[in-house]
Design a protein around this ligand. Structure first.
Ligand code: PAF
Length: 282
């Protein structure tokens, strides 16, 4: 596996593969890789990629003031070793200047309206502009046939799908199921911020999503299900940012009685750590 640090090297590698008729996949990450990321690489292969590029870039424009940009775990050597053992062909690890030649503050910025004003977008203003901008740049640099994103960041997946469709970017977006620990906690690089006590409590989020799914299937009103779940999480020691049941295609509020095409989403703080998770309710 090669590690590439600039756009020219990435373009040269990808155009060589494409000239040889190989399908190329991009898996965008911020590094500190775990089994969830390696599953994205494996899914890329399963969906026909002959070559897989993983990008590793802790993107400053998607972090707000006071968020964890500075302390976000940076583990390049460990990530290189892990990727080499999981069938990755190239790791693209640019620096900030390579991704933002005019500086992050002066960058062209991509705003995906509507989808980004709610849930994560409401609690992390500007976050999805940073995500859409860096993903668009990465897609332009790598020019992959397909790109894989985890469903754990459900709203991010919708934002990327919408951007790709609206800008007619020539790439297929593949959604990968969330990978969980045995106790149900969705794998995330941020889980390592949790204390042992918090880690023991964290699977409650997944358990709550399952409970919401059951209650909704039993016919309980959506608002009651949301409120009960938020209250339970709060009494267990979480500080929920939102507990919501939304339409899975555009995150708008469903009509009362709608039961198909829904997703339950939770974001909650546990101590200093903010956790998100979701569950499709069909
Ligand atoms: O999901 C992530 O790790 C990031 O938001 C992404 C898609 C790599 C963009 O920086």
């Amino acid at each position: 596996m090669q590690t590439l640090h600039n756009a020219a090297a990435l373009r040269a590698a990808v155009s060589g593969w494409r000239a040889a008729g190989q399908t190329v996949a991009l898996v965008p990450t911020m590094g500190n890789l775990h089994a969830g990321h390696y599953a994205l690489v494996e899914l890329a292969r399963a969906r026909g990629a002959g070559r897989v590029v993983v990008s590793l870039f802790v993107n400053p424009t998607q972090f707000g003031p006071g968020e964890d940009f500075e302390r976000y775990p940076r583990t390049l050597a460990q990530d290189q070793a892990g990727l080499a053992g999981h069938g990755c062909d190239a790791l693209f690890a640019p620096d900030v200047a390579a991704m933002y030649p005019f500086g992050p503050q002066r960058s062209v910025s991509i705003h995906v309206p509507h989808l980004t004003g709610v849930l994560e977008g409401a609690h992390r203003p500007g976050h999805f502009d940073g995500v859409a901008t860096v993903v668009c740049k990465l897609l332009n640099l790598a020019q992959p046939d397909l790109a894989v994103f985890g469903q754990k960041d459900f709203q991010q997946l919708l934002v990327v799908q919408r951007m790709v469709r609206d800008l007619a970017l020539p790439v297929r977006i593949v959604a990968a199921p969330t990978v969980r620990a045995d106790d149900g906690l969705a794998l995330s690089s941020r889980n390592q911020y949790l204390s042992p006590q918090e880690r023991a409590l964290a699977p409650r989020i997944h358990a709550t999503l399952r409970q919401m799914r059951e209650q909704l299937a039993q016919g309980q009103p959506r608002a009651t299900v949301e409120q009960a779940a938020a209250a339970e999480l709060a009494s267990a020691g979480f500080a929920p940012d939102y507990v919501a049941i939304r339409r899975a295609d555009d995150l708008t509020e469903p009509a009362e009685g709608q039961r198909a095409g829904l997703v339950a989403l939770i974001a909650a703080r546990l101590g200093a750590t903010r956790l998100i998770d979701n569950m499709l309710l069909d």
